[in-house]
Design a protein around this ligand. Sequence first.
Ligand code: PHE
Ligand code: NA
Length: 460
Amino acid sequence: SASGDDSGASRGLWSSRFAFILAATGSAVGLGNIWKFPYITGENGGGAFVLVYLLCIAVIGVPIMMAEIYVGRSGRHNPIGSMRLVAERNLSSPAWRISAVIGMIAAFAILSFYSVIGGWAASYIGHAAMGDFTDGTAESIGKLFSGLLASPKQLLAWHTVFMVLVILVVSRGLKGGLERAVTILMPALFVLLLIAVGYATTTGHFGEAVSFLFTPNFKALSINGVLIALGHAFFTLSLGMAIMMAYGSYLGRDVAVGRTAVSIALMDTVVALLAGLAIFPIVFANGLEASAGPGLIFQTLPLAFGNMPMGGLFGALFFILLLFAAWTSGISLLEPVVEWAEENTNMERAGSAIVVGVLCWLLGIASILSLNVWADFAPLDMFARFEGKTIFDLLDFFTANILLPLSGLLTAIFVGWFVAKESLKADLDLSNGTFTLWLNFLRFVTPVAVVIVFVYNLLA
Ligand code: PHE
Ligand code: NA
């Protein structure tokens, strides 16, 4: 029968529940935690936003993550194959696999520009270590950043470095590649983050950051803020990209999916909050703007690092942290498509990783050129909604606002309504109460919430 059958285990399994948690947390913890979470919190009223965000993680994020892991572990194939198998077993249309197709297209497209940003992090390690930020002014550090963005050569070099790092790991497969990388990188990332927080406590503005993050100011929270929290819950947990399906396909039957998903969400949230505690004290100590937006990490922080004792050292450590976080996420973005190529072409693992990785690298060049040579090229300029948006902007917009929610929505509806309750119950091994709660979230709350964000993002 479908559940309980572990024949697929011959394709390899994570060595332990912990290894899976590390890998999934490695995917989840990324630029979203360290770069985006602090600044959207800054823009939306601190503690009140954090509260809404936590609610979204619990009510939308965890249930969808469980559904994705369920599909992967149940199907024991690449995400498209798993969706099809699970659909067929439940006498549903194999067309449901469209949710995995959409997720994989999103993963591929996201990796193409995520790698460009990962490259920025890599290049900033050198800048910090060489003292390029020392005694910097807003102007000199702004120039450093705009200089990087204006140079296709530099961007291409760092994009290539990042993509090679990702391909190297994924080409070595589950145990020798993914698992080995995350067991080194994730503990290192936690240590670096704790060092960063420790450093932040010496600025004399730690208490201010704590009250900023944890004192709810509901007046500063708008409807828009609530929707941002919801959208971010998706992105930060790496949902709607077929990633948890791919990673779940290597998960042992004995692992409790519910508790595991909760652990991953918790770790991701802890890292986001720690990142806030590392960054805001520096922001306040230097009289910088807490809602500085996307520039916070690449412009505001270097300015602070350049003007504090041992800022070169701590700046370099900070960007190493950022690179590790982006690297483990990049690995997870490449894995679903590589798993698919491995199972559906005559290429082996290494060949699949190289071919898919190189194609993604090529697409990344379009994002690089969008920052300079093609900065004025807006392919969808004829639509008011997309006026002035470069290829980079469009890739970001379509993946985050359309593909991810669509894939997540379809997966939630499929697992919630079209998979037999008994097999879900047997597979997930939850108590009656928890199971009912989870299924109702997945059936009603999740789809409604996702549709609201979806429509809002399209109209806004
Ligand atoms: N979850 C990652 C983050 O928070 C982003 C990401 C999205 C990573 C999709 C991989 C895939 O930064
Ligand atoms: Na995240």
